[in-house]
Design a protein around this ligand. Structure first.
Ligand code: SF4
Length: 216
């Protein structure tokens, strides 16, 4: 407390507001950011309609990524289809041809994350380019790169997901759970999976017909 004010609370509120702006969360359901459609749409829905404040580690990760991306061009574009606008930004466009997307990561993946592929592929359509490069960069500067070619099928899937999110936002209906590894670190885990931890007499040995005494 400082002068009767909870400074920590004020800082967290400020950081959360900043976090929301950086993530470009908008209120208009006809405008969907490509990152909202490429990640779990349920998460994107909660972030717009009923957000839980992020933990400080998550906020700092967002700010770090934002600072890192500000060093590049961060060129924005929009892709319009019927009554939906897909909002998107490319980190760099090399020689007017190659779209580059950079991701800060803790560990370098063996293959690109599906949501990054969907996002980069959407960039290829929004900027009308044929190829892109996805670069994962670790804190120590090590990186891995993947060349991505334009795919109509992947783009259709992203547009379909954006439409579903847009419709559900208009109708105030929560999208279905999308089980994946991301759920393990998601702040909405408790809303999606209700779980009660109970003591039971179950043991792996009992599955094979051994009593507790025999297995001791
Ligand atoms: S816990 Fe999983 S399904 Fe639920 S919002 Fe998070 S990522 Fe989506």
């Amino acid at each position: 407390m400082l002068g009767g004010r909870d400074v920590r609370k004020i800082i967290v509120a400020y950081m959360n507001e900043k976090n929301k702006k950086i993530r470009r969360i908008i209120d208009d359901p006809t405008r969907i950011n490509a990152s909202e459609a490429s990640q779990c749409t349920r998460l994107s829905y909660y972030e717009r309609v009923d957000p839980i404040n992020s933990k400080s580690a998550e906020i700092f990760q967002t700010l770090l990524t934002y600072g890192f991306k500000q060093s590049f061009e961060n060129i924005e574009s929009e892709y319009k289809t019927d009554n939906l606008t897909l909002v998107i930004a490319a980190d760099i466009i090399l020689e007017k041809e190659l779209i580059v997307k950079l991701q800060i990561t803790d560990s370098l993946p063996d293959s690109p994350r599906p949501q990054d592929l969907l996002y980069l592929n959407a960039c290829l359509y929004a900027f009308d380019k044929l190829e892109g490069i996805l670069i994962y960069v670790r804190g120590d500067g090590k990186s891995s790169e993947f060349l991505v070619a334009k795919s109509a099928k992947m783009f259709e899937e992203l547009i379909r997901r954006a439409r579903v999110l847009s419709t559900l936002l208009k109708e105030k209906r929560v999208p279905i759970v999308e089980p994946s590894e991301s759920c393990m670190t998601c702040k909405y885990y408790g809303r999606c999976y209700i779980m009660e931890r109970k003591e039971t007499s179950f043991s792996i040995d009992s599955l094979f017909g051994k009593s507790k005494d025999e297995s001791a």
